[in-house]
Design a protein around this ligand. Structure first.
Ligand SMILES: NC(=O)c1ccc[n+]([C@@H]2O[C@H](COP(=O)([O-])OP(=O)(O)OC[C@H]3O[C@@H](n4cnc5c(N)ncnc54)[C@H](OP(=O)(O)O)[C@@H]3O)[C@@H](O)[C@H]2O)c1
Length: 334
């Protein structure tokens, strides 16, 4: 069987990705072959192609970390696996019409779950869950400040914080993004160009926020630590454009600030098996309750993949962009 994928042969620009046609290889023991139906694009893909992400793939590699597919072949001595739908979560390989992976590395889903949602909801939902539930232990009436709020992780974080009945304050860069945030129920919005601390103090009646979820490395641009209340929590979830910075230790001491690094995937890998299962079950329960059911920003065909990655890089997207393959139309479950 032949299939198409995108290959990164040189780190740097998204525009350098090459489209290739390949022949399927034999499966090793305990591997499955999935026909990919939909692929979730992410800022992480851009950082990996650039070579500035914490995890480095060896060149050449097929980028892509999240997809949904259907099992078409197995070497696990279990024919019941065939035609089952699953989510693939990996550090590379998803920008492809076909993925071969170990059985242990996929998450089975209900065959009726829409492929576009299945390919795009899990990573952002997991990151929000690990940050706000597992680490910050967000509770009712907490004030939570979210940067990069209109993006994929921002939106799942808003929905989760609202679910815990916290007070959400969001940072957005323009009116178009603020309109989207209002549509998903955010009432307190601050623009990047505003005096952030002044606005936060207005919204919190001079108390400051309990939690900052910094999704886009906003601390480099503005000292948002000054918006925290006594013993507040600063969660570092990601960076854009390599905007990494340092924090003065006296600042941390004076307000007894707590600082946490968020690595959702690693958190799950380092968690005991039973707790890991509970986290995954909880995420699917929250999906069913509509907390993590967020409409993709755009759904585009496979040949538009590079174009859409560029839109994410240029800060034009608002949430997940999903790429569909030719197999989606053939699949009776959609
Ligand atoms: N910690 C973890 O476990 C984990 C897991 C997955 C991803 N991540 C990281 O989380 C970050 C966000 O991911 P995402 O999927 O939410 O991305 P996204 O959908 O592209 O959203 C990121 C948001 O950040 C802002 N932004 C975009 N480009 C920017 C730039 N050049 N400078 C400053 N702000 C910019 C944008 O909002 P405004 O224009 O309104 O500011 C955008 O909505 C990435 O760095 C990713 O690597 C972390």
């Amino acid at each position: 069987m032949y299939y198409k994928n995108y290959i990164c042969k040189k780190l740097g620009k998204i525009e350098n990705l090459e489209s290739n046609t390949n022949r399927s290889n034999y499966l090793k023991q305990n591997q499955v072959r999935l026909k990919i139906l939909a692929i979730g694009l992410s800022y992480v893909d851009i950082l990996m192609i650039k070579g500035t992400y914490q995890h480095k793939n060896e060149l050449p590699f097929v980028p892509g970390t999240e997809a949904c597919g259907v099992i078409v072949e197995e070497n696990c001595n279990n024919k019941k696996l065939l035609n089952k739908k699953a989510i693939v979560l990996t550090k590379k390989g998803c920008f492809s019409e076909e993925v071969v992976t170990d059985l242990s590395k996929i998450i089975f889903i209900n065959n009726q779950m829409p492929s576009a949602q299945a390919a795009s909801f899990f990573t952002s939902s997991l990151t929000s869950y690990i940050a706000l539930k597992e680490i910050a232990k967000t509770s009712k009436d907490n004030f939570v400040l979210i940067t990069g709020a209109s993006g994929a992780i921002g939106q799942t974080s808003i929905k989760l914080a609202n679910h815990y009945k916290a007070n959400v304050i969001c940072v957005a860069s323009n009116k178009r993004k603020a309109t989207l945030l209002r549509k998903i129920g955010v009432k307190k919005i601050i623009f990047v160009k505003d005096n952030i601390k002044k606005k936060v103090m207005e919204y919190t009646e001079n108390k400051g926020v309990d939690i900052i979820l910094d999704i886009n490395g906003f601390l480099k641009e503005k000292n948002i630590l000054s918006c925290l209340t006594w013993n507040g929590k600063y969660l570092i979830a990601g960076f854009t454009d390599n905007n990494i910075t340092s924090i003065k230790t006296n600042y941390i001491l004076i307000k007894s600030i707590q600082i946490f690094g968020i690595r959702a995937g690693e958190y799950l890998r380092n968690t005991k098996i039973l707790h890991k299962k509970k986290i995954i079950d909880d995420i699917f329960k929250l999906y069913k309750k509509n907390v993590f059911k967020i409409k993709p920003y755009k759904i585009r065909p496979f040949n538009k993949l590079i174009e859409e990655l560029i839109n994410i890089r240029e800060r034009k997207s608002m949430g997940k962009i999903v790429i569909t393959t030719k197999h989606l139309n053939e699949n009776k479950h959609g």
